[in-house]
Design a protein around this ligand. Sequence first.
Ligand code: 2RA
Length: 334
Amino acid sequence: MAFELSIVGATGAVGRTMVEVLENSGLPVSKLNLYASGSSRGKILLFRGGDIPVKDLSSEILGDAVLLAVDPAISKNIRKKYKSSGKYFIDNSSAFRMDDDTPLVIPSINGDSIPSKPGFISNPNCSTIEMLLALFPIRQKYGLKKIIVTTLQSVSGSGNAAVDALSNETLAYLQKGELDAKFYDVPISFNVIPQIGDLLADGSCTEEEKMYKETVKIFQNNDIQVLATTLRVPTFFSHFESITLSCSKPPKMPEVRSLIMNDPYLKLMEDPSGNLYPTPLSSTGTDLVEVGRLRISQFDPHELSMVISADNLRIGAATNAVRILAKISQEGYL
Ligand code: 2RA
């Protein structure tokens, strides 16, 4: 059945990608409403051949379902205001991800946690979504005890302003030899920043904490260990991850490859002659998690290493949100 949809935060990096992903989703959207903060008011975005003017965030949010691509504080205000509105909200912020009453959903993994009654559903963090999509078939076959992951995250994870800052810092350095930080505390151009989010008392940062806690919630496994190190690197789009797993049963190599090849959400990027592997450039603009450099440890047959790359704005945000919406629509909940 056709439904009316709204996207709040429609002109940000994730919001614009939501409009793009929706365009070709085939979902029966009878009307799309777009909202953004004051500075974007009056902008026009194109959707399925029609011009849609962007309304101010303070306007009444219409529709049967709403995709939120805004800061946690704004999501919290919206939740308060629309508590009994009878709408589904799919929230890309971290505001409610750890709340017991809010499902945290990757549809192909735990889509059955989507409730038949309207309310809030959280979209997981970008680096968690691509990691769990890649590990899910391996976990199903061999069991998973521990994940050691290092992420190399592009600047688009921090929004459009960070994308502009990387361009401007790079140009200023190449043209004038100046390298000043234009978005993060230190320059990101020609650099790596080993902290994403706030630092916590134990020395980890909030991005690393999210990868652990969200994995526990989505896999419903309190015993799983996730040791994450999250790095911001000077790439524009896609997050790259280097992962080593400890499985309950020893993974077997030809079988691991065929599990990945047969998974509709993954793309095996390997070639015996080399030179084919996941990269931020090849994964950008796609809806598949690229997986490659598969290796069983020479020290412990339970350990498997790999690298992955996925478009953080699509797989890590917009595509997952639209897949949640598609599941709600297919189940007939709208
Ligand atoms: C980042 N994880 O890349 C964030 C965005 N959700 O900074």
